[in-house]
Ligand binder design. Structure first.
Ligand SMILES: [Zn+2]
Ligand SMILES: [Zn+2]
Length: 241
């Protein structure tokens, strides 16, 4: 016998009570179908166009003096202060498909807006060491890259590999970061990227050292252009006067 509407609603309430939905940023329980809590919604900092193509920040916030990188352009939907930062930390603990879908929607929209005139051929992700990936069970940048590629209708290619373990970038200065990742990445199946415009996907861009190193390798193996998209960009702290 089919369940009556009333019984169905009651069942859904029991499920919601047993397994409350969680804010995709801070992991607090939230009413169903709201995706994130009010606090996080308020604390989400959008990067408003026009963007600086070199650092990816709003031109009004940019202080990079057109510093060149190995990648051709970078863009992201959010600054990593506040809610986006919490959300990306959470993504390292839980591979929440809702959070992946949310960030991928925002990243794909940013790509369409910023790189609309480019013809993107393939998407690649900043890789993790095989052992680290095994331990975590997934690489959040790869999940984002696959979801963004699907939204843009381009193939995801697993061409980048990480050849040796590096120190966590977090504790290092900008110069140390570049040295730390030097030579850490390699390219497999280079034929997939030769003469192609590659969309390089990562979760967060801080100094750009990791994306720079990956872009360098992609170009070394024949990629024509490398355009980056990340879920968030970290703003440098204002220099003390
Ligand atoms: Zn929240
Ligand atoms: Zn800039």
């Amino acid at each position: 016998m089919p369940l009556s509407m009333k019984a169905k609603r009651l069942w859904l309430r029991v499920i919601a009570w047993l397994f409350p939905e969680r804010c995709i940023f801070c992991d607090e329980p939230i009413p169903s179908l709201t995706l994130c809590c009010e606090d996080c919604r308020r604390e989400l900092l959008l990067i408003k166009p026009p963007l600086c193509p070199y650092c990816g920040m709003s031109k009004t916030d940019c202080n990079c003096r057109r510093r060149r990188h190995r990648y051709d352009r970078v863009a992201a939907p959010f600054y990593s202060d506040g809610a986006a930062h919490e959300g990306l930390l959470r993504l390292k603990r839980i591979d929440d498909p809702q959070a992946i879908a949310y960030f991928a929607d925002q990243m794909a929209a940013t790509v369409r807006r910023e790189y609309g005139e480019e013809s993107l051929h393939v998407a690649a992700a900043v890789p993790m060491m095989t052992a680290d990936r095994y331990e975590r069970g997934y690489n959040q940048s790869e999940l984002l890259a696959k979801a963004v590629a699907e939204r843009l209708g381009i193939p995801y290619v697993a061409v980048l590999t990480k050849c040796y373990a590096t120190q966590p970038q977090k504790a290092l200065s900008a110069w140390e970061r570049a040295g730390n990742v030097l030579g850490a990445y390699d390219v497999e199946q280079a034929s997939l990227i030769v003469d192609k415009t590659v969309l390089l996907v990562d979760d967060v861009l801080t100094t750009g050292a990791t994306t720079d190193e990956c872009a360098k390798m992609l170009k070394l193996y024949g990629a024509a252009r490398v355009l980056c998209v990340t879920a968030a960009i970290r703003r440098p702290k204002p220099k003390k006067q």
